[in-house]
Write a protein that binds this ligand. Structure first.
Ligand SMILES: *Cc1c(COP(=O)(O)O)cnc(C)c1O
Length: 364
């Protein structure tokens, strides 16, 4: 089989060396004669894995000691609910910044759980010169106005990324599911960061929570036990059985990233990949992208063919070359190339070569 480049938005491709290692030790993990999936999470080998992976993630993201790192269940959406359950309860309000599909879903979940009276929203994307652009408002209310402000730094569906920091008098909670570890961030600026794993970390189901310890002390609410950050922290993320295989793969992805030189090094590659692709889209009248340059996602590149009637041919021809999962999200339409950390430059180069050839073939 020739090389397939998988541009799926999630679950996304994982680094080939990590997959090969997982395959090699699938039936015999650490000489135990059984798989990592088949051993107790309370045994010494898995506890060691848990400790090492947390230390590696702390090193990669430069996470200060006054933050917990939790490995939880339920993916990104699990955290939509957990955030509300841990921090909001039925008294107090939260502010949700809306920039696309995922931030809207997070806000919807909050409304579902605590009602509109407890959830304020601000739409931060508007059309400027025909392009979707993020404009952050001034955040200057009293510190007690909101329990937190929630936003999504990278809108996976819409291809919109927010590189600016949010400076607000309230704890900032970020859904980094599709941008975590793609570029350095200053963790100390956040009350909490969370991410479903299946874009830049590992298999689906797992979610990573990085939460400032003092915020948990304030929590006067009792969420369900498996969603309670205080309980998760007190039990080293093992109050109940964690998704052990997903955790194991995440640990291998962290090591892979460290070997590449860490988050700053992968950012350089990510910039290069995104520039290559956006340059192609901008150069050829055949394609278009509707996002303002400063908010173009480095992870999810959305684009449309000027002639939408060619969409089917585009996808079929791409697939024949091993360029798969380029169809845009059903809500947005068009195309989307997700180019997370694991996507090599060669994959993007092959896509760009194909896009140029396809445009040429269909331009009279
Ligand atoms: C994929 C994604 C989610 C949802 O993750 P699930 O694990 O499917 O719940 C949430 N937020 C963002 C930004 C995502 O990209």
């Amino acid at each position: 089989m020739s090389t397939v480049y998988n541009f799926c938005a999630g679950p996304a491709m994982l680094p080939p060396p990590v997959m090969a290692k997982a395959q090699a030790e699938l039936l015999d993990w650490q000489g135990q004669g059984v798989s990592v999936m088949e051993v107790s999470h309370r045994g010494a080998p898995f506890i060691a894995l848990a400790k090492t992976s947390e230390a590696d993630l702390r090193e990669l993201m430069n996470i200060p000691d006054n933050y917990h790192v939790l490995f939880m269940h339920g993916g990104g959406r699990g955290q939509f609910a957990a955030v509300v359950n841990n921090f909001l309860g039925n008294n107090g309000k939260a502010l949700y910044l809306l920039s696309g599909q995922w931030s809207k879903s997070a806000a919807d979940e909050a409304v579902r759980l605590v009602g509109e009276a407890h959830v304020d929203t601000i739409e931060i994307v508007s059309k400027v010169n025909g392009l979707n652009q993020v404009t952050l408002p001034e955040f200057n209310g009293p510190a007690t106005q909101y329990r937190y402000v929630h936003y999504c730094p990278n809108e996976t569906v819409d291809g919109i990324e927010i590189f600016e920091e949010i400076n607000a008098p309230w704890p900032v909670i970020a859904d980094m599911s599709s941008t975590i570890m793609s570029r350095p961030v200053d963790v100390s600026k956040f009350g909490m960061i969370y991410a479903g794993a299946q874009k830049n970390i590992g298999p689906s189901g797992l979610s990573i929570v990085i939460v400032r310890k003092d915020l948990l002390q304030l929590s006067a609410i009792n969420p369900s036990s498996i969603m309670d950050y205080r309980i998760a922290a007190a039990h080293d993320s093992m109050f109940n059985t964690p998704p052990t295989f997903a955790w194991y793969l995440a640990a291998e992805v962290f090591k892979w990233l460290q070997q590449l030189g860490g988050v700053a090094a992968i950012e350089t590659q990510n910039k290069q990949k995104a520039e290559l692709l956006y340059q192609c889209i901008d150069e050829l009248a055949f394609y278009k992208n509707g996002v303002a340059p400063q908010n173009r996602s480095r992870m999810n590149v959305t684009f449309q063919l000027q002639d939408e009637a060619l969409n089917k041919d585009f996808l079929a021809d791409a697939e024949a070359l091993g360029l798969v999962a380029l169809k845009g999200h059903r809500i947005v339409g068009g195309m989307r190339a997700s180019i997370y950390n694991a996507m090599p430059l060669a994959g993007v180069q092959k896509l760009v070569d194909f896009m140029r050839a396809f445009a040429e073939k269909h331009t009279a």
